[in-house]
Design a protein around this ligand. Structure first.
Ligand code: ARG
Length: 377
């Protein structure tokens, strides 16, 4: 369907379109171009660029970001991420421009390269790789995994899950696509790339692209026997990067971990690895009553272990106290720059010792700004 023709005949009745076929909303494009020039006065040529963008959108239903616009747009999408406590370093995001990579194999190769570059032997660098945007008439490739690295969840007989219960549906999917992995607790899932047209591609991540950290405790040698581990890089791969009306559906990005994401959620949630009972048992805590606070005690030791293990392995990680203070610094800086810093309290407050961190004791502006990372249907 040659939807771009519609842009030349604005009086046609426009049928319902999916976001894939949608032409760029010129107001969003213009708003972004103005933002870019307002924050990058040295770029110059605002009026000429506005005319150029308006012309391209009228002719083709879309326009092409310069590298500088793309880099700025991606960084501001991070700055606008209401749920992220780690935004102080938003300007340092490394942007890998891969808008010319269209094939599924190429996307897979570049995702692997992303992981290698971002992992940096443990010195983790916040990085985003931007693949082609959706345009009227052409659907861009996508990565179907929620993160580039995740552990499989194997559903056993009787319903018990080995591995990450969160990933059971995705594990089932890759099995139907031919994956024969498992049945361990920490099996790295293959990458699934859905090209614009055609069948999805399954790709195994090579071992050197996946740095993992075994979890040990500084004081309890038995902790290693729990057999826990986690991957070094959280790289979200299923969110669209929206900049100036253009949607980049494939733009995997990563920061580094805050210990509590692993210690107080991934390994601790009852619906994830549910490790608090095992830790409490080894600690010899009284689990017969909630009032012994065995969960809390076990949770602290698990989080001590996660932070200690990453440190010992030489892998970048932050703790929730440091990150809370950094976020308050970030808020102050943004305010000083004359900007609002929107935030979602329920995501910003750490899942452990919330009230002991500064971010707990205030409210935040909740508006939603663009550029942004968004989940599309
Ligand atoms: N909470 C997610 C996880 O545990 C990762 C989200 C992004 N985190 C980050 N530090 N950039 O895998």
């Amino acid at each position: 369907m040659r939807t771009w023709i519609r842009a030349l005949r604005p009086f046609d009745a426009v049928p319902v379109q999916t976001h894939v076929e949608r032409t760029v909303d010129i107001r969003e494009a213009e708003r972004f171009i103005r933002l870019f020039h307002a924050e990058n006065p040295s770029a110059g040529g605002l009026q000429a660029r506005l005319r150029e963008v308006a012309r391209d959108v009228a002719r083709h239903g879309t326009y092409v970001h310069t590298f500088e616009e793309l880099e700025f747009g991606a960084r501001v999408a991070w700055r606008n991420s209401n749920r992220c406590i780690g935004r102080l370093y938003w300007r340092s995001l490394k942007v890998r421009d891969r808008r010319t990579v269209t094939g599924a194999e190429g996307v897979a190769i570049e995702c692997v390269e992303h992981l290698r570059a971002a992992t940096g032997n443990g010195r983790i660098r916040p990085t985003i790789t931007v693949f082609p945007p959706d345009t009227p008439g052409r659907r861009a490739p996508r990565v179907l995994n929620e993160q580039l690295i995740r552990y499989a969840g194997h559903r056993g007989r009787g319903g018990a899950v080995v591995g990450d219960p969160r990933c059971v549906p995705f594990t089932d999917l890759v099995r139907t696509l031919g994956w024969r992995g498992g049945p361990g607790r920490f099996d790295v899932l293959p990458l699934v790339v859905q090209p614009g047209v055609g069948r999805p591609l399954l790709c195994h991540l090579p071992g050197d692209a996946v740095l993992e950290v075994p979890i040990v405790h500084p004081a309890y040698p038995w902790f290693a026997e729990l057999g826990l581990r986690w991957h070094a890089v959280p790289a979200i791969s299923n969110m669209c990067l929206e900049i100036g009306g253009i949607c980049y559906p494939c733009a995997p990005f990563n920061g580094w971990y805050m210990g509590a994401e692993i210690g107080a959620r991934n390994l601790a949630d009852v619906t994830r690895y549910n490790q608090l009972p095992a830790v409490a048992e080894r600690l010899g805590l009284d689990t017969s009553t909630e009032r012994s606070l065995w969960r809390d005690h076990a949770l602290v030791e698990l989080n001590v272990a996660v932070l200690h293990s990453f440190e010992r392995a030489g892998v970048t990680m932050t703790d929730h106290h440091t990150e809370s203070n950094r976020f308050l610094t970030h808020l102050a800086r943004e305010e000083k720059a004359g900007r609002v810093c929107p935030a979602d309290w329920s995501w910003i407050v750490p899942p452990i010792s919330g009230g002991v961190t500064g971010v707990f004791h205030r409210y935040y502006d909740e508006r939603v700004l663009t550029p942004a990372f968004v989940h599309h249907r």
